[in-house]
Design a protein around this ligand. Structure first.
Ligand code: FES
Length: 263
């Protein structure tokens, strides 16, 4: 099919949901067809969703590095069949969805002597999510395996750096694997008598009227909204509650520096 990339992904018990790439089917051997918007990016067509303050408006960030493409077409440690996933023994499993795009990620880890010895994964994410998670699975298992403490604090920027960069608008895709990994490590800690090591991600309410949390603002920045106007357009933060605006602006600055570096 011209202009489309097809990925065969076996589904292992993921629930049915709709993502920007289409509807997840049920059962084994679903064909995930999508990423046409990424193909457009390769072809240099305009992005209708790009707005002022949206980092995707920059043409130069629309191209994938050779490393990203290589990991996308040859993902490491990806479960390729339902049987593989169903029969795999893991010490911890993490499952997260992306509020940014609705895609999902599952990660399984095997742990020995506090190090990650194996990492397997499945996703209904895009090319960037596949490449990022593939690279992440390599990073946490190479050199005898990363110690859990270190893996818990692995940053999406570290993964993106090893990939040689990602288009800014696709940065949130690299966060998906990273979050699922932390969930898997927490699951390992909880199952192996180390409840005190579990790190729960708590969110703080910023706008009580629009019900927008700091996490919502983080997700908006990860989606490419880097000005107050762009974040407000996505979240409605500060529309009725003007008092929260200075705090929102501070958070945008913080997340911008965290994920895209200082200007
Ligand atoms: S767009 Fe959903 S994971 Fe990339």
């Amino acid at each position: 099919m011209e202009g489309e990339i097809e990925i065969q992904i076996e589904e292992a018990g993921l629930s049915s949901s709709t993502s920007e790439h289409g509807t997840l089917g049920q059962g084994v051997g679903n064909t995930l067809v999508g990423n046409t918007h990424e193909e457009k990016a390769h072809q240099g067509t305009s992005d209708h969703n790009a707005t002022a303050g949206d980092v995707s408006a920059s043409n130069k960030s629309w191209f994938y590095t050779d490393i990203v493409k290589e990991h996308f077409f040859n993902p490491r440690n990806l479960f390729k069949t339902k049987e593989e996933a169903d029969t795999y023994f893991s010490d911890g499993m993490g499952f997260v969805g992306s509020p940014a795009c609705g895609d999902m990620m599952k990660i399984w880890i095997q742990v020995k002597d506090d190090r990650i010895k194996e990492c397997k994964w499945q996703t209904f994410g895009c090319a960037s999510a596949i490449a990022s998670t593939s690279m992440m699975s390599v990073m946490i298992t190479e050199n005898e395996g990363m110690v859990l403490e270190e893996a818990m604090h692995l940053k999406p920027q570290d993964i993106v750096k090893r990939l040689g960069d990602l288009p800014a608008r696709k940065f949130h895709c690299s966060v998906l694997g990273d979050k699922a990994l932390r969930a898997a490590i927490n699951d390992y800690y909880a199952k192996h008598g180390h409840q005190e090591k579990v790190i729960e991600e708590k969110h703080r309410m910023i706008d009580h009227i629009a019900k927008v949390t700091d996490h919502d603002i983080e997700e908006a920045v990860l989606e490419g909204a880097t000005t107050f106007e762009a974040v407000q357009k996505k979240t409605k933060v500060g529309v009725a509650n003007k008092q929260c605006i200075p705090e929102v602006e501070q958070l945008i600055k913080f997340y911008k520096e965290k994920y895209y570096g200082s200007e």
